[in-house]
Design a protein around this ligand. Sequence first.
Ligand code: AMP
Ligand code: ZN
Length: 501
Amino acid sequence: MSQPQASHTTILRLFNTLSGQIDDLVPADGNELRMYACGPTVYDYGHIGNFRTFLQVDVLRRFLKLTGTRLRHVMNITDVDDKIIRNSASAGIPISEYTPKYVDAFFEDLESLRVERPEIIARATEHIPKMVDLIQRLEAAGAAYKTEDGSWYFRLRSFPEYGKLSKKDLSGMEDGARVDVDEYEKDSARDFALWKATKPGETSWDSAIGRGRPGWHIECSAMSMEFLGDSFDLHAGGEDLTFPHHENEIAQSETVSHKPLARHWFHVRFLLVDGRKMSKSEGNFYTLRDLLLKGYKASAIRLALISVPYRHQLNFTFDGLVEATAAIDRLRTFHQRVTQAALQAGENPEIQQMATKASEGYFAALGNDLNTAEARAPIFDLVRASNTAMDQGKFLAGDRDAVLQVLRDFDAVFDVLEDRDTEATRRALAWAEQAGRTVEVAPELVAGFALSDEEIEKLVAERTKAKKMRNFGRADQIRNELAEKGVILEDSKDGVRWKRK
Ligand code: AMP
Ligand code: ZN
């Protein structure tokens, strides 16, 4: 297993929905942190709200690794549920043909956003026997019952602790009232479906408890038990999952195990767009692909979605993306400058001190409930001060490593320094073309990707040669041609740099 070398041993203090306070997050077995994060329902392309949650879980996992914690992170893929069944039925294909496209799209999007893959990915439809087995154990415990149509429900009355995660007062809940949809609104705590009897035209499985298909909640209980055991360190998801999904998971798992399902519960606050709920009818609904095709860079989307700490409301705006783009530009330019600059020998104690302070500030902010906004600040301060010192010839060769180490630790979590944006945008363009999407691709974006990296490098080299031969006419011509295709050149004393607009 490749686990990172810890450069710091900060203990992460993280808000815990279950205890209602900030608790230390440490593996119970002192060795490996076992966590389960609810994954996507693959009925459509992921939107930026979904990715905000997956990105914040990525921040969590990367910070844990950076501070020396080994991880066993499980993510499920919900590839059978009400919405999938509805959509596949209207497309006239079985769910096994409907979902693969969205599973692939999801992983492609995670790659574009540089979200690390969990150690274990489990698809619901591949674990049906485990779910059936759990329902049988619930029945044996008197917590599951079968209805006349052959469906199975969880008996809420059998689990008095129901509501302990969401802190809802459920005293008025109707005894024996049932709900069979996977997602339902607050204040309607009722016996929920564990297994839904087969209906004509729906995908179903033969099993010891009858022919049918699982409800949504049972999959996470069955799969977390399978891969992490009865009780594990942390459970994660968006805040909407607290109730009923996570409450139901607790009821199912703890009824049979008599142990706490997870000690720590991590919930990411919902993303808003321009201050409103994101919805198709409001016209403010964006998938990752929508944004890439509008010309925004994947790294900027990543930075914008993680820079607001997970417990704060992120109000997504295009201005936020523009700000993130500029911030990344500054970081990348600085990184290149520090790496390549010819520096005089020696060390500047002021820079050394600043690097130490930036590093401490960075680790302290992330260690304090993953405060990504506060973690960014000392990094940008260091960049500013180092640039000034370099301009004045006061940044010395011995300062390079100290500053680069701070940038490395920053990037171990933020991961925006290396430019992989072109790949992400190219993938989105290829997808749009192949899917026959009539998207409004920004014209300058199309221009910027008209040339491959190699073609650009060739033209840049030709221009340098032309300048050497004092053929300035040709040199200007190449500069203009590149500009028309969305490539900007910057001449500096260290040579020519280029970038896409
Ligand atoms: P789904 O594919 O709907 O099951 O959702 C996948 C993940 O995205 C879950 O953890 C949800 O809680 C989360 N999620 C959905 N909408 C939003 C949103 N607007 N902001 C943040 N997280 C969200
Ligand atoms: Zn779940």
